[in-house]
Design a protein around this ligand. Structure first.
Ligand SMILES: [Zn+2]
Length: 158
């Protein structure tokens, strides 16, 4: 990850520990090569239409920016799976990520705006001013920038 995002992540993980929440990085920076193989694998499993709802086409993954990371609990249970949504770790992240410059990038019920299904584990570093504004206004990054992007061109996705 990029240094500014990595430093903020460390701070956030330490703060979570003080609340008894143990977080871990499940997937951070990805090279183009990795994204190509991930995406192709998802297409093989689910077909292109479904895969495009949760996986980024190569060159379009937020993970390739070095500013996004998938977070799980330290146990790894429910890592990058829908069941993460109900965990104490997910709740802590949703309530505190903005204090460290991160946002839940693909919130629940905002697929029409972000182009991605709900991913409670995928956080994106945007800096503290922006993260707090997005959190308190309860908006997406797209709404913050006041852009509507065609779903097939959205930059992001796991
Ligand atoms: Zn992700």
């Amino acid at each position: 990850m990029r240094k500014v995002a990595a430093v903020a992540l460390e701070k956030m993980f330490s703060a979570a520990e003080k609340d008894g929440i143990y977080l871990a990085g499940a997937s951070g920076y990805r090279s183009q090569e990795t994204q190509v193989s991930l995406y192709n694998n998802y297409v093989n499993i689910d077909g292109k239409n479904l895969a495009d709802r949760y996986s980024a086409r190569p060159g379009h993954s937020e993970h390739q920016t070095g500013l996004a990371i998938d977070v799980s609990g330290a146990s790894g249970e429910c890592a990058i799976e829908d069941c993460f949504a109900g965990t104490a770790e997910a709740k802590w992240l949703a309530n505190h990520a903005h204090e460290y410059g991160y946002i839940i990038r693909y919130p629940k019920g905002k697929e029409n705006l972000t182009g991605y299904i709900y991913e409670p584990w995928h956080i994106r570093y945007v800096g503290e001013d922006v993260s707090k504004e997005i959190y308190y206004r309860d908006i997406t990054l797209e709404e913050y920038f006041n852009v509507a992007i065609p779903v097939d061109q959205v930059v992001g996705k796991r």
